[in-house]
Design a protein around this ligand. Structure first.
Ligand SMILES: *Cc1c(COP(=O)(O)O)cnc(C)c1O
Length: 353
């Protein structure tokens, strides 16, 4: 997979579309300790040159990322509140999240785990796996490991195999759920050997991060086809992103295409309160209205759950049109919605315009 990390490496038309303001911002990312710039050659080839192009918006850093709002959090999901072992988050009863790899094939400009991924950690080590394996052994209630990151498919086949072997050693049959954007960023990574590896370690499911119908370009469709036809269930998760997919027509096309390809739309996420991502967030009331209209138009099979991670560790809630219970203004003047969490308590989420 070919990774581009400099403007000068971009395809000529895309390179020519980079404004001076963007160039200065991109060149400052490292010094400011912000999410690095990296895009695969393949994903860059899908991008148009208009600054409003939905692919370009997801891969070319915008100076808006330099604006951090007071309500934005380094750890928007509160994952650090549920540590189980190194890289392991145990928040929900029967499943754990494993941050198996530190890096990604390319950095999505809306990344919610950007503080973690900016740390450029590598693949989970043997020593870390000792602790992870011990934890799984002591927690028989855990039936599923979400292998995420970063992107786990940045690891070689050998490392992935070693990881899967270790996870299954103490707990034969534990379900593996891999979260990845690699089939979209670098479809050539989905080789026959990788597909065979997945088959060998069933039960194994892939959850694909997919945001726009144009990401389903022919090489991506081919890669996904080889997974699906090999019996690997593929689900999708989509982030609702302003200027990328915040219309009923785009989302309907995306989710219908998923069904056609044999993928199951699983989650549509409200944007998290990650630093420097305000320009991507859709105001929650508007998001709920979009989702309501989407539900009136498309098959139930094509409609993912619309979910919000309550900031500060409240967990995921599945939203519907009446999810906002009430609205108030805090002492700083910030308007907030009250939403009921899985724990039955009311949590807050900011009202943005
Ligand atoms: C989203 C998430 C899960 C998985 O939740 P599901 O409801 O099974 O999709 C597990 N652990 C953490 C920490 C999560 O954020």
């Amino acid at each position: 997979m070919k990774l581009l990390t400099r403007i000068s490496e971009l395809p000529p038309a895309l390179r020519a579309s980079i404004s001076d303001e963007e160039r200065i911002f991109i060149e400052s990312l490292e010094a400011r300790n912000l999410l690095p710039f990296a895009v695969t050659e393949f994903y860059a080839s899908l991008s148009g040159t208009d600054p409003l192009d939905p692919i370009r918006r997801q891969c070319i850093p915008s100076p808006h990322e330099g604006l951090r709002l007071p309500l934005e959090l380094d750890d928007p999901l509160g994952e650090e509140r549920y540590p189980a072992a190194p890289r392991l988050v145990h928040q929900y009863y029967d499943r754990v999240l494993l941050l198996a790899h530190g890096t990604c094939a390319g950095y999505c400009r809306h990344c919610f785990r950007r503080v973690w991924t900016s740390g450029l950690r590598g693949f989970v080590t043997d020593r870390e796996l000792d602790a992870i394996q011990a934890y799984l052994g002591q927690h028989p209630e855990v039936q599923e490991v979400l292998v995420s990151g970063g992107d786990p498919l940045m690891g070689s086949d050998e490392r992935l195999r070693a990881l899967f072997v270790r996870l299954r050693q103490g707990r034969p049959g534990i379900l593996l759920r891999l979260g990845s954007r690699v089939p979209v960023m670098a479809p050539e990574r989905i080789t026959d050997a990788l597909v065979h590896l997945f088959q060998e370690f069933r039960p194994l499911r892939l959850v694909l991060h997919l945001n726009h119908p144009r990401e389903l370009a022919p090489p991506v469709v081919q890669a996904l086809g080889s997974l699906v036809s090999s019996g690997i269930p593929v689900h999708t998760q989509t982030v609702l992103l302003r200027g990328v997919n915040d219309s009923v027509a785009v989302l309907a096309e995306l989710f219908r295409s998923c069904l056609t390809l044999g993928l199951s739309p699983y989650y549509l996420f409200q944007g998290d309160l990650a630093p420097g991502t305000a320009h991507f967030r859709v105001p929650l009331r508007r998001a709920l209205e979009l989702y309501r209209q989407l539900g009136l138009q498309i098959s139930g099979l094509a409609l993912p759950k619309f979910a919000l991670d309550l900031p500060g560790g409240g967990g995921k809630v599945h939203l519907h049109e009446n999810s906002i219970e009430d609205e108030y203004v805090d002492p700083s003047g910030q308007r907030l919605y009250r939403i009921r969490g899985r724990d039955g308590n009311l949590w807050s989420y900011p009202a943005e315009d």
